[in-house]
Structure formats: C-alpha cells, structure tokens
Design a protein. Structure first.
Lengths: 368, 358
C-alpha cells in the first residue's frame, strides 16, 4: 500500500514552483518527509536533501533525485493598462498559452492570458498560423491601470497555470486522504517533475531499506539543470537514480505525418537508454531490466530523443553510475498533463525491488 | 441576489447553440422570483412576463439577451480519442484546454499538445491545425464509443473567477453578461412602478442564426425592444477604433439596425443619470439579436445596449461588473419612462400636407 495520498499528490501538483522559486514545493516536501527521515538539508542553491538510514549491515548509499521546479512565466513588465508582460522561464509550450488561466506571484492572484476576439482578426493568412510570441502575450489580473497592478504584483514574480489536479475518466469520487488509487488517469500541472518527487517521497515514507537512501529534490532543472550541477560535487553515493515525468506523444498524428511515440501511456515506467544529454551505462540499464523481469513489473524504453534530465548535471563531476526512470506524461510543458497511475506505481515498485536487493546492488557498483 | 451571483451561476452553465436546455432552466429559475410568469418555449427561449401599472392597453417592452455560447463539435471518434470540427471560437485557444464533451453523458477531457521537446523548430513556430487536435477523455475506446458520437458538442471547462477590482473572468460572458443585466434590471424594478408590461427574453441560437430572436419576437410582437449583448473592450491586438474601454460604462449602439428615437431617449436617460457610456457606430448588421428583432412581424423599434468584454469568444472573457451594473441602472431608470405617449412618439409620421390628397 502506498504511503502517498491523493491529497499529497494534489498539493504537489498545485504548488507553485517556477525555476528559482521552489520554496513552496520544498516546504511541502520537507514537512511531509520530516516524520519519516533521519536528516533534512538545504544547500546554497535551495536543493533539499533527505536521508533515511538503511537497516542493513553495509554502507551502500543510493540516491534518488527529482526536480522541484516547473516551467513558468516570468513577469518582466507592468504596462500602463495594468497588464503584465512575460517571458518564459524554461521551455513553456507557447502554442498552449493563449486563453488560459494563471496564478500570479506569492499571493496566487488569478489572471488570464488574453487573446483578441476572432471578429477583429484577419483569418487564414500567415499571421493566424504563427504561434504568438510570448513577449506579445499579456496577463490580465483585472487591474484597471499600472498603479493598481503594481500594488499587487512585482517584476520578477512568476505566473503558473491555474490548473487543478484531478482524475480523468473516473466516475467514482476519490477520498482525498485515502491512499492514491492504483490505476486510473490523472490530470494536472507540473507532473514534470512532481511525479518524480512523489515517487522519491513514496520510498522515503515507506519502511526502511537495507541501504542508506538519499533523496535530492533539485531546483532549476528547467533552466539548465542548475541545481543538479551545484549538488553534483557534494554527492558521494554508489548509485544515482533520476526520477522524471517524461514526454509522451502516443497520440494519433495527422495522416500525412507518421510518428514514432517516445513513450506510451499505460505501458509501464519508461527506462532511458540515452537522451539528448546522457547515456545510461549498460550495466545500470541491465540491472533495472533484470529486476523488472524478475518481479513481473512492466516497463518500456523511452525512445532516444532530444531532451535531458538532471542526470547530465550530476554526471558532470563524478562518474556515479546513474539510471533514469520516468512516468510518461502527455502534454507536459503546457497547462494540463495526463498520466496513468499504473505507470507511476509500477515505477515505485521497480525502485523498491532494486533497493531491496542489497547484494545485487553491491555487485552492480563493484562493492561486493 | 447580486449581479455577480447571477453571472457566476450562468457563466458555468452549459448552453451551446441548439443545446440551451440546461442553461434555460437555470435562467428560468433566476427569472421566476422577479416576474409574474415564466415560460420556456419549445426552442428553449425563456420568457418572463412582468405586468406594468399603466392603463390598458399597456405598451409591451421586450428586453432580450441571448443564452447560447460558442462551442466546437466532435468530428470523429478515433479509438479513445476525439477529433474536432467546426468551432465558432478561435480553435487555437483549445490547445492545452480542459473541456466537457456533451455526449450521452457529460465527460471531462483534455486537449493537449505534443511536447515541445519533440517538435522541430519549424513546428514550434506554427499553430497546430484544427484537425491535428485530439480530445483525451482518459477512457478506453469501448467506453468512448458507447458515450460519444460525431456531432456531439465540446465546451471549454473554465471556472468563473473574480479578478482585481470589479473585474471577473470566465467562459460565456458573451452573453450571460447580458442575461445578468436583464435580471438585475428586473430586480431594480421590483420596488419601482412602471407603466409598460415587460417581456424578459433569454434567447437561443444567436451565435448561429438568431433563431431564438426571430421566433420569440415574431410570437410576442413587442411594441419596442432593447437587446443586451457584449461588444469589444480595448486590449492588445484589437483596433482601438473598434473597441471600448473596459470599465468605461455600457455602450449604446447607433445605426440603421436601431431605432434612432429610441436610442436618443436612452441617451437622454443616461445624461440625466450622469452615467458614463460609449456610443458604438454600427453601419449595417449589429451582429446581435437586434438584427432579427428589428424586422419581426412588421418591424419593431429596437435599441441595443452592449457590455464591453475582453477576449470575446475565448475561455477567458473578462468583464467589469461596473459596466454591467451601470447598464442595469440605466435600464431601470429608462423603463418607467415608457408609456403610451412615449410609444406614440416613436412612430414615424407622415409630413403635414398643404392640400388633401386627390
């Protein structure tokens, strides 16, 4: 039974945590982990490390890592009409921005990203097919003028999608404080990478494992794995497992455009062989595959593609053996993502199976 | 009930063109305590009647605001996914949008986009085409096939939210804002005598072909009518000369679609109230129910009061409650001026002739 509740996953998804502004997410994770771990540290970048001592004899140390930040809009200007001008912090999908609701700044002020009425637009020309530039979009918080807006919002604050966590395709209500259901589709924002955070938390909140378990919740992944780079030098572990909410594009495409989905929803956690910034060592990948097969845990390969994870940051200084495990998430870097709880739970099951077998781990990292 | 509550209740109700049943029942419930009688006609036009205190025959004044909202349609069911067709709104706003599919039962869904990580630079620079979008219901193909058919309506699922000041945002403020002003006007008139009989009509079909306005005004044959709808508020990307400042007051239409003397009388009332308002020149079709009402059953003197909103036909329309309240105050002050003599003054007169016709 998972120690995660629906309420905890909701709070993780709905918490505001743009790059460099992860405080609310960090506080939430630290409070939830505090009763379950032996130590909590925050470094100069804002990365949060939790340590849970193993019950085994050995001194094997394994780290899980997931990033706390999410892509965000960054307030760059308040104009004379009280409208907020923005730039992207991280790879926001600009095609999804217009006509969405956002929450601005620490007060979480509601706002909307406007779009001129179609009646006043020229149709079917090149302009209408082009994606609006983010710098041409504005957030309207209802302020009548610059003074009214500046009283509530400051330049440098962030705006995040006002998306509520929920279940999709489910007809029965879910009890918020009950354990997260085992199956079913969930929708919400910031699944990249709050699902990774939640998976690491599930391990730390569960029973002690043979090895020492470190979990590093990083900052600023979305703007260039900044948190991981800073934490990498200090990280002295035998194995690092990077947990992600990753791209999933298993949608039917246009007939004239054949596609090869990177991952598929419902096919199990995705194991990375290589991505745009990291090649997983063959021994680590084989260990994950063998463990999954031995326990009958479904998995899929994430097809090699662009994109990267904190693995590239952590791998920069120490040659720590590193694996990358992800929950596939449709529509990430937009207002609302969709994931399958079965994939998420299978990822946690695989992690637990890997961490439970101390002897196999020791052989993998050459410490036996 | 404050105007804000009317608007909140109406904005979140479902009422696509041709499927106004749910929102019509809500409008009827809101109208009932403010009218002597409320009926819903076979097309789902909601008609409230409030009798005046003047001597018979009392002029029949119709207020009209449309109930229906813009929508998209299911084009095809493709396994567990839905493809879309025909949208009266800007389909580009559907990318990344949560929706409700009105199938055999309402189903929540998400219209996502491919991850930008996997797009070539060229693809990131152009919007997806309407037929590239799919609705994800989070259900398997068999369930989807059982509940959804091509032609089912897809509505955006957006909450109604209060912004800073008196501004609010939500879907379908076009034209639930107009319906809310109609309700607030009737509320003002609960303790204020008026000579004329009032017909308060929440009409269907405006976004397609003004069907409700045509049929209701043909049947009711009001002596005069005031239509309430929305117009464009100032915002980036919209021509300044076609827009009105948000919070700058309601807007009076002027042009061939509208009766000049009725408009002048409304302007005089606004001047008496010192009510800030805009003037919208409409050289031909006003693009509102007034276009149908004006020509119903021999012609009906018709006026148009519009409420400026931003982001019209988007999931995040923005209105200022001050504009809506101003419109209700305006109408509540004007309606008591309408009696038999006022109505007679609207009629076009022949010139006086020097000699009797031969």
């Amino acid at each position: 039974m998972t120690p995660l509740t629906t309420a905890l996953l909701r709070r993780l998804s709905e918490a505001a945590g743009g790059p460099g502004n992860e405080g609310a997410v960090r506080d939430l994770i630290a409070r939830a982990l505090h009763p379950h771990v032996d130590a909590l540290h925050i470094d100069a970048m804002g990365n949060l490390t939790a340590i849970k001592r193993g019950r085994g004899e050995g001194d094997l140390r394994v780290a899980l890592t997931a990033h706390m930040d999410e892509v965000a809009l960054f307030i760059t200007e308040i104009d004379s009409n009280g409208l907020l001008h923005v730039a992207a912090s991280g790879g926001v999908n600009a095609r999804t921005l217009a006509g969405k609701g956002v929450l601005v700044g620490p007060e979480q002020l509601p706002g909307v990203i406007g779009w001129p009425p179609p009646h006043l637009q020229r149709h079917n020309n090149d302009e209408s097919k082009r994606v609006p530039k983010i710098e041409d979009l504005v957030i309207d918080i209802g302020a009548a003028d610059k003074e009214a807006a500046a009283a509530r919002v400051k330049i440098g604050q962030q705006a995040l999608f006002a998306t509520r966590f929920g279940f999709l395709g489910r007809d029965q209500a879910v009890a918020e404080e009950a354990p997260l259901p085992q199956k079913g589709r969930i929708k919400g924002k910031a699944f990249d990478d709050r699902l990774g955070c939640a998976a690491a938390m599930a391990l730390l909140m569960g029973p002690a494992l043979p090895c020492d378990l470190h979990a590093i919740f990083t900052v600023q992944e979305e703007v260039g794995v900044r948190g991981a780079l800073a934490a990498a030098e200090m990280l002295a572990v035998d194995l690092l497992l990077v947990l992600e909410g990753t791209v999933c594009d298993d949608l039917p495409g246009p007939v004239d455009e054949p596609r090869f989905p990177t991952t598929r929803l419902g096919d199990g956690p995705a194991l990375t062989q290589r991505d745009g910034s990291y090649v997983v060592q063959a021994a680590v990948l084989q260990h994950l595959l063998r463990t999954a097969a031995a326990h009958g845990i479904p998995y899929q390969f994430k097809h090699p593609n662009a994109g990267g994870t904190d693995a590239s940051g952590f791998g920069r200084y120490r040659a720590t053996p590193t694996g990358i495990l992800s929950t596939p998430c449709r529509y990430i870097h937009g207002p609302v993502a969709v994931a399958e709880l079965g994939d998420f739970h299978a990822l946690i099951q695989l992690l637990r199976a890997v961490l439970a077998d101390e002897a196999a781990l020791a052989r993998l990292v050459g410490r036996s | 009930m404050p105007l804000l509550s009317f608007l909140r209740t109406l904005s979140t109700a479902h009422g696509p063109t041709g499927g106004e049943g749910a929102v019509a029942e809500i409008a009827a419930q809101l109208l009932a305590p403010l009218c002597d009688e409320v009926t819903i006609d076979p097309l789902f036009n909601v008609i409230g009647r409030k009798q005046g205190q003047g001597p018979e025959p009392r002029p029949q004044l119709m207020l009209m605001a449309h109930l229906d909202e813009v929508y998209a349609l299911v084009a095809a069911v493709e396994g567990p996914f839905l493809r879309l067709t025909q949208t009266h709104a800007d389909y580009r706003l559907l990318v990344g949008q949560e929706v409700i599919v009105l199938g055999r039962r309402p189903l929540a869904g998400v219209i996502g986009d491919r991850p930008p990580h996997l797009m070539a630079a060229e693809e990131r620079q152009r919007m997806p085409r309407l037929h590239d979008l799919v609705v994800d219901l989070g259900r398997d193909a068999a369930e989807v096939a059982a509940w959804v058919s091509p032609g089912d309506v897809v509505l955006v699922d957006r909450p109604f939210v209060e912004l800073q000041g008196r501004r609010v945002t939500g879907k379908a403020l076009d034209n639930r804002a107009g319906v809310s002003v109609m309700l607030a006007t009737l509320q003002h008139l609960q303790d204020q005598p008026h000579a004329c009989d009032l017909l308060a009509v929440a009409s269907v079909g405006e976004e397609l072909n003004l069907l409700g306005a045509h049929t209701a005004s043909f049947r009711l044959r009001p002596d005069l009518a005031i239509v309430l709808d929305v117009t464009f508020a100032e915002q980036p990307g919209a021509d300044k000369d076609k827009t009105f400042p948000l919070g700058g007051g309601p807007v009076l239409g002027i042009g061939p679609n509208l009766h000049p003397r009725l408009g002048e009388a409304l302007a005089a009332t606004a001047a008496r109230l010192e009510l800030a308002h805009g003037l919208e020149p409409l050289p031909a079709n006003s693009g509102t129910d007034a276009w149908a009402v004006q020509v119903a059953a021999g012609g009906r003197p018709t006026a148009l009061i519009s409420l400026p909103i931003r982001n019209m036909h988007s999931p995040v329309e923005v209105a200022d409650l001050a504009d809506l309240e101003g419109a209700a105050r305006w109408l509540a002050a004007f309606i008591p001026e309408v009696d038999a003599a006022f109505l007679a003054g609207l009629a076009y007169q022949l010139p006086t002739f020097d000699e009797a016709p031969a």
